[in-house]
Write a new protein. Structure first.
Length: 226
C-alpha cells in the first residue's frame, strides 16, 4: 500500500516562481507604457541565453505506473519526498532563481513598503453567536503573525482572548485552521497546525476557563463539525 502523496512543501517554491512571472509581466507592461511603446514598436520578448539567470533544471524521472490498466506517467514523483536532500536543493534553487528575478526589478522596495502599510490595518472576522457568547477572530496588523480567537459574553461584554496561536511556535507559523463553538457556547473545538502543513489536532477548549479537555484527535485536516 502506498502512502498518500504530499506535495505541500513544493508550493512555496512554485508559488514564488509563478508570482515572479506574473509580476514581471505586469511591470514590463507598465514600463512599456511609460516609454510610449506599443505592440508595434516594442521589441520582441525573450532574448539571448545570456540575459539574466536561467531557470533551474528539474530532473525528469522515467516512471510509469499502471492504474486499473491505464499507464500513468509520473515524472516528478521524486519531488514528493519532503525529506530528500535532492528535493531540498531543488527548492533552494527555485527560491534563488525567483529572488534573482524579483530583486532585480525596479520599484520593488516601494511596492513592499506599500503592501506592508496596507497589511498593517488588521482584520476582524464577523462574530458567531452561540448562546450568550460572541466569538470572532482578530489580527492586529502586520506585527501580529496570526489571528487570535476572542470571546465576549453578551453584546456589551469585554473581548477576552480565548485562543492565541502566536506563542505556540517560535517562527510564528502556528495558526488556527478551523474552530467550531458548541451550540450553547460553553466549548470550542479547534485545530492548530504549524508551517502550513494543515495537519491539525482536534482539541476542545472550555470557554469559561480557557482550558483544553484531555481528549485529542490527530490528523484532522479540513475538519468540519456540526
Amino acid at each position: 500500500m502506498r502512502l498518500p502523496r504530499r506535495r505541500w512543501f513544493i508550493v512555496p517554491a512554485l508559488g514564488l516562481s509563478i508570482a515572479a512571472v506574473l509580476w514581471i509581466g505586469g511591470m514590463e507592461g507598465i514600463e512599456s507604457m511609460s516609454k510610449g511603446e506599443t505592440s508595434a514598436t516594442r521589441p520582441p520578448a525573450g532574448g539571448s541565453d545570456t540575459e539574466g539567470p536561467r531557470p533551474p533544471e528539474t530532473r525528469v524521472q522515467e516512471l510509469v505506473e499502471a492504474v486499473h490498466g491505464v499507464a500513468i506517467l509520473d515524472p516528478y514523483r521524486w519531488l514528493e519526498d519532503g525529506h530528500s536532500g535532492e528535493v531540498a536543493r531543488w527548492v533552494e534553487a527555485q527560491n534563488a532563481y525567483t529572488r534573482a528575478l524579483l530583486d532585480a526589478r525596479p520599484g520593488r522596495a516601494a511596492m513592499r513598503d506599500r503592501l506592508t502599510a496596507l497589511m498593517s490595518i488588521g482584520v476582524v472576522q464577523a462574530p458567531e453567536v452561540r448562546g450568550d457568547f460572541y466569538f470572532h477572530t482578530r489580527r492586529e496588523g502586520a506585527r501580529q503573525n496570526q489571528p487570535i480567537l476572542y470571546v465576549r459574553r453578551g453584546t456589551r461584554g469585554p473581548d477576552k482572548p480565548l485562543l492565541d496561536p502566536n506563542p505556540m511556535s517560535p517562527d510564528g507559523t502556528a495558526t488556527i485552521d478551523w474552530w467550531y463553538p458548541s451550540r450553547d457556547g460553553r466549548f470550542v473545538a479547534y485545530g492548530i497546525s504549524t508551517a502550513g502543513d494543515e495537519k491539525s489536532v482536534l482539541r476542545v477548549r472550555e470557554v469559561e476557563t480557557a482550558v483544553d479537555r484531555p481528549d485529542v484527535i490527530p490528523n484532522t485536516r479540513y475538519c468540519s463539525l456540526g
